[in-house]
Design a protein around this ligand. Structure first.
Ligand code: NAD
Length: 483
């Protein structure tokens, strides 16, 4: 294998070659399940960024992807999907160990990545413009053009599937792409690079750089050599990137954080809700932008819901990701401290710890599955993204109150409704300030359904056909037929 070699170093993938870090620098990667060093990633510096930019521009100018027959571009992407699946077992093992997630979840990431390439590969020859009637003296039509060079910054919680989520539509549209991998778990992306290489993606059309966000990430997004930024990550980093994009006026897509609420009405099926709670806040140890971070429950069933949520949390099996337990570690010691610190403020603001509340004393970075009850909606735990296995439960009395509480943060990524009343589910869904609303199943939807936020959760959409149009720009061509 070329990307991740037996010597334990994941190299940068630049201009179709696997290269060491500038000056031989490396990023040490830990296994969060043990706290032990597991591998290194070659750390890109300024020279690597310049090389990737040059290769991306040259590939775009040659028309490697943009001028390829669109159906051939689609077939190339289907080959990438095949190669991703070929590498999925090996990749999942590495991703599991570097991220802490279960082996099964890591495997799902590779599967999902393959599906992104299939989905967008299938539409590469269907990016159709329209013809606009201007009368007999003109022929007028629109064409969709790729931006050119797309710089994509990826977070650590789902590095492989999120990278594929942005790369696949970018490639389908004919852009060159430079991906900056997350410093905490960059190895899985070396596997993605290996799949691109094996599928014969033209050299320079996609590069993957491992490096520090505040260093080369910041340099990449501030460069006037890029034509688009796709950022998935936290609000403060998104804000810094938007400031950097202001000078060169670089179009940007922002997929940021969340503090999403489930609204559980009095007629909800509690079994359904509890099953959703498990995936909603404990999948990937709650390190999910669209996690069920808040739960608003009708007062008539509130006590029962809290009791069942606590029993769920207390009953989860805990272990290293390789064992496929219910509950896994968080990504790092720092992340664990942040989660624990924010969770500890709950008690001072009047909340009750119904389950968990602190780290688990064991090897690795484990936060106890935590249920906070009677949470004041104005408190820090209810307003700030915790990004860990901690949810906040609060009772409500009326539908209007539930909507106001659900909409009562500066975020607006997703929301959920649990009810058997179809009319109410539609009425409330329309009032919720969120890019996506789940009814009776948290995370319902998939790669075909548009995803993205409002407010500080960002703007633009990923997934689905809608996302494709974030990776192209419209040109109108008006031809006078008078002469
Ligand atoms: P982060 O903002 O710390 O880092 C994200 C990426 O940005 C990393 O690759 C990092 O190296 C890079 N980076 C950091 N500073 C940079 C800079 N100045 N310029 C350019 N790049 C820079 O976020 P994280 O901790 O990796 O991820 C967790 C956050 O991501 C959470 O807030 C979560 O909600 C959000 N997230 C959102 C989505 C979504 O689709 N909306 C998906 C996953 C994660």
């Amino acid at each position: 294998m070329s990307g991740f070699i037996a010597d334990g170093l994941a190299r940068n993938f630049i201009a179709g070659a696997w290269v060491e870090g500038d000056g031989g620098d490396v990023i040490a990667v830990e296994d969060p399940g043990t706290g032990q060093h597991m591998a290194d990633a070659a750390q890109a510096g300024e020279a690597s960024v310049a090389k990737a930019l040059e290769a991306a521009r040259a590939s775009f100018d040659r028309g490697d992807l943009a001028d390829m027959q669109p159906s051939d571009r689609g077939r190339l992407m289907l080959r990438v999907a095949v190669e991703i699946r070929n590498l999925a077992d090996e990749g999942a093992n590495l991703l599991c160990r570097e991220s802490g997630k279960t082996l099964e979840a890591a495997h799902d990431e590779f599967e999902e990545a393959a599906q992104y390439f299939e989905y967008y590969g299938g539409v590469a020859d269907k990016i159709e413009g329209k013809s606009i009637p201007l009368g007999p003296d003109y022929a007028d039509y629109t064409v969709f053009e790729p931006f050119g060079v797309s710089a994509q910054i990826v977070p650590w919680n789902f590095p492989v599937s999120i990278a594929a989520r942005s790369l696949a539509p970018s490639m389908a549209a004919g852009n060159s792409t430079i991906i900056k991998s997350p410093e905490l778990d960059p190895i899985g992306l070396a596997m993605l690079g290996t799949a691109l290489e094996r599928a014969d993606v033209p050299a320079g059309a996609v590069s993957i750089l491992n490096g520090i966000g505040a260093d080369i990430g910041a340099k990449l997004v501030a460069s006037s050599e890029i034509d688009q930024i796709v950022f998935t990550g936290s609000v403060p980093t998104g804000q810094a990137i938007l400031r950097a994009a202001a000078d060169p006026v670089t179009p940007s897509l922002m997929e940021l954080g969340g503090k999403s609420a489930a609204v559980v009405f009095e007629d909800a099926d509690l079994d359904t809700f509890i099953a959703s709670l498990q995936s909603g806040i404990f999948y990937n140890a709650g390190q999910v932008c669209s996690a069920m971070a808040r739960v608003l429950v009708h007062r008539s069933i509130y006590d029962e819901a809290v009791e069942r949520a606590a029993a769920l949390a207390n009953g989860l099996s805990v272990g290293h990701g390789l064992e496929n337990p219910d509950h896994t570690p968080v990504i790092s010691a720092l992340q664990l401290s942040r989660i624990e610190e924010l969770t500890s403020t709950a008690r001072q603001s009047g909340a009750r710890i119904a389950a968990g509340g602190t780290r688990l004393e064991r090897q690795g970075y484990f936060m106890a599955p935590t249920i906070l009850a009677d949470v004041d909606p104005a408190s820090r735990v209810a307003q700030e993204e915790i990004f860990g296995p901690v949810t906040c439960m609060t009772p409500f009395d009326t539908e209007a109150e539930a909507i106001a509480l659900a909409n009562g943060t500066e975020f607006g990524l997703v929301a959920g409704i649990f009810t058997r009343d179809l009319a109410r589910s539609h009425r409330v869904a329309c009032k919720l300030r969120a890019g996506q609303v789940f009814v009776n199943e948290w995370f319902a939807g998939g790669i075909a359904t548009p995803f993205g936020g409002v407010g500080k959760s960002g703007f633009g959409r990923e997934k689905g056909l809608e996302a494709l149009y974030n990776y192209v720009r419209t040109k109108n061509i008006a031809i006078s037929l008078k002469g």
